[in-house]
Design a protein around this ligand. Structure first.
Ligand code: HEM
Length: 160
């Protein structure tokens, strides 16, 4: 994982890492939106409390992250990397700002970039043999207890 704080967490270094792997600034801006669900466990040294969210609704697949990186409400802990990538006068920041309030735009941009990320390093010759196994997955559930369980609500342990 690239550094969220300190050396290497600046805009240019992070963008270069993704460019080296074939991703554009727009794709990075979309992928980083995954932090709409995240909480941090190991950033206490940088003043981030254990289990602090990167937006006000961690575990929820919304787009609060984009707006709240600019204006964090109380309780939201931002990574320096996210703040740096959000700066509107930067290459990634211009794209980042374009996702504020744009759930559908972000949803489709994220899905496309994530599909690309998920096959990173796999030769296209092997990808052509991939089969869609979606049909074998269990259907979604309406059981309230499961639906309300926090996505990142696991017990933290040092051995992870
Ligand atoms: C610029 C690149 C990135 C940086 C610097 C970065 C940084 C971080 C940091 C510092 C954490 C907190 C880890 C902890 O203390 O537990 C984190 C968590 C997380 N990040 Fe990123 N990240 C980056 C890109 C991504 C991408 C591309 C995705 C997904 C598409 C992603 C998804 C997540 C998720 C889901 C978590 C929560 C993990 C958990 O619950 O343990 N991040 N990230």
């Amino acid at each position: 994982m690239p550094p969220g704080f300190g050396p290497g967490s600046d805009h240019d270094s992070l963008l270069q890492l993704f460019i080296d792997k074939g991703f554009s600034a727009a794709e990075l801006a979309a992928l980083i939106g995954a932090h709409t669900t995240s909480t941090a466990f190991k950033q206490a040294a940088h003043g981030v409390p254990v289990n602090a969210g990167q937006d006000s609704t961690p575990g929820k697949w919304d787009i609060n992250y984009y707006a709240e990186t600019y204006n964090p409400p109380a309780g939201v802990s931002r990574f320096d990397s996210d703040i740096n990538l959000a700066q509107k006068n930067t290459t990634v920041g211009k794209q980042f700002a374009g996702f504020v309030g744009q759930q559908n735009k972000w949803g489709s941009a994220f899905a496309a970039a994530m599909a690309k990320l998920s096959v990173l390093g796999i030769p296209t010759s092997a990808q052509k043999d991939f089969a869609d196994c979606t049909g074998f997955l269990p259907a979604g559930t309406a059981v309230k207890m499961i639906r309300s369980a926090p996505l990142a609500g696991r017990v933290y342990s040092e051995s992870e």
